[in-house]
Design a protein. Sequence first.
Length: 68
Amino acid sequence: MPEGTENDREIEMNENVGNETIRMYEDHEMNLTNLLKPIIRDVIIEMKKQLAKKEPALSLFGAIQRVT
């Protein structure tokens, strides 16, 4: 029986990305949207924090560097 299958079904694995758990399969196929959602959410939160402090808004590149 090939690795990653049980009774001819794929075994589902979980991978933590940010604060969310993403479902992955043994062949590492995953939906790109599911990967980007937590990153984009964290960027938006970081930008809101900076704007609330009345500091100059962050560049998107700087915000992404802090999140990842």
